[in-house]
Write a protein that binds this ligand. Structure first.
Ligand SMILES: *Cc1c(COP(=O)(O)O)cnc(C)c1O
Length: 368
């Protein structure tokens, strides 16, 4: 059985260092808001290339806290609009609505699956206060054009970097390209903890301080509460695990790239479309998506051949029950991507033999 992602093997890859980190923390007697978290925040900020990194409980909280902080800073208000791609994981959108802000969905470019700058521009209204781009599948969604649109319309540019740790755009890491970025360390991400974890990166000191307070019950000073905050902390054990894994992230991403190249060169079945990949240098291949009109048949076929795949994602956000207010809306590009996408196994632990098996199995597929 070739698993989509074998987390046991991913952990074993750096097992000794992770064990040392966990036991060091267990024995320290200090489990929250301590040296491991401080050190990880410093190391992660240095890696991403921002002045600040603030740890928090998960990626959804990271994105939520950014917007909440902008509201507390008086830069956004209830009912203001944030433009977000129509083809993203639901968490990007939940972070907006959770704050009483209005998500405005914008279609992606079908060739890159990333939010289209033209669609961003079309959706700007007097109420628009920000744009959340999502580096979906591990590829950079930022373009200079998007930067210009945000600057000239005075919009905050927020990056959802949950899927793209390590991705580089013209020498700068994603997570340092906009005003603030939310990161997730969910175990399956390129930089994953052994549980939940998240962080915000930013150069904006006021924003970082506000987020730090909001995530700590709204307090900057013990027992003094400035905001109606929440409790959202990265715990010490997860911070220690992330510190053990961070130095290997670029190598692990390079291995993903090798697998991606094999797939790209090896898959020749004309019924399976792989969008042209122009961003080999920056792409960190969180997901390797292929597209076919007979997606469910292909997934079943692979499953019969002991190859596990996932769909990112089966139902578009505007078709989800939680956003039934959008049920009459139509986002044809997003709908088509959701109906045809299939994600092949990819991870730093997938062997070349396993990748070859995936390729030859795909090339033998005749859908009818
Ligand atoms: C995983 C993910 C999130 C949420 O991260 P959690 O840590 O699971 O809350 C947000 N956005 C995207 C694009 C993701 O893939």
């Amino acid at each position: 059985m070739i698993k989509f992602l074998d987390l046991r093997k991913v952990t074993d890859l750096h097992g000794a260092e992770i064990e040392e980190a966990v036991m060091r923390t267990v024995k320290s007697g200090w489990y929250l808001l301590g040296e491991e978290t401080n050190a990880f925040e410093r190391e992660y900020a240095a890696y991403i290339g921002t002045r600040h990194a603030v740890g928090c409980a998960n990626g959804l909280d990271a994105l939520t806290l950014i917007l909440r902080a902008y509201m507390e800073m008086g830069l956004m208000h209830t009912g203001d609009e944030i433009i977000v791609p129509s083809n993203t994981y639901i968490a990007s959108i939940l972070a907006i609505s959770r704050n009483g802000l209005v998500p405005v969905l914008a279609e992606p470019d079908p060739t890159t699956c990333q939010i289209s700058s033209d669609e961003i521009e079309k959706n700007i209204t007097p109420k628009t206060k920000g744009v959340m781009i999502v580096h979906l599948y591990g590829r950079c969604a930022y373009t200079d054009r998007i930067g210009e649109i945000c600057a000239s319309n005075n919009l905050k540019l927020i990056e959802d970097n949950a899927q793209a740790h390590g991705c580089i755009f013209h020498g700068k890491r994603t997570g340092s390209l906009g005003d603030a970025a939310g990161h997730s360390f969910y175990p399956g991400k390129n930089l994953g903890a052994l549980g939940d974890g998240g962080a915000v990166t930013t150069d904006d000191t006021t924003l970082a301080d506000t987020i730090r307070a909001l995530a700590n019950y709204g307090s900057q000073k013990k027992y003094i509460f400035k905001y109606k905050g929440i409790n959202s902390r990265l715990d010490e054990i997860q911070a220690a695990v992330l510190r053990a894994k961070l130095p290997h992230l670029d190598d692990d991403n390079f291995r993903r790239k090798e697998i991606a190249r094999k797939y790209m060169e090896g898959i020749t079945n004309p019924a399976i479309k792989i969008p042209e990949i122009k961003d080999w240098d920056s792409n960190v291949f969180h997901v390797f998506p292929v597209f076919t009109d007979h997606r469910d048949q292909l997934q079943n076929y692979l499953s019969e051949h002991d190859i596990q795949t996932l769909i990112h994602y089966p139902i578009p956000p505007h078709r989800q029950e939680c956003y039934k207010e959008w049920s009459a809306k139509s986002f044809p590009i997003s709908e088509r991507l959701h109906a045809t996408e299939l994600s092949l196994p990819i991870s730093p632990c997938l062997t070349s033999e396993e990748a070859d098996t995936v390729i030859s199995t795909l090339n033998r597929w005749g859908w009818n």
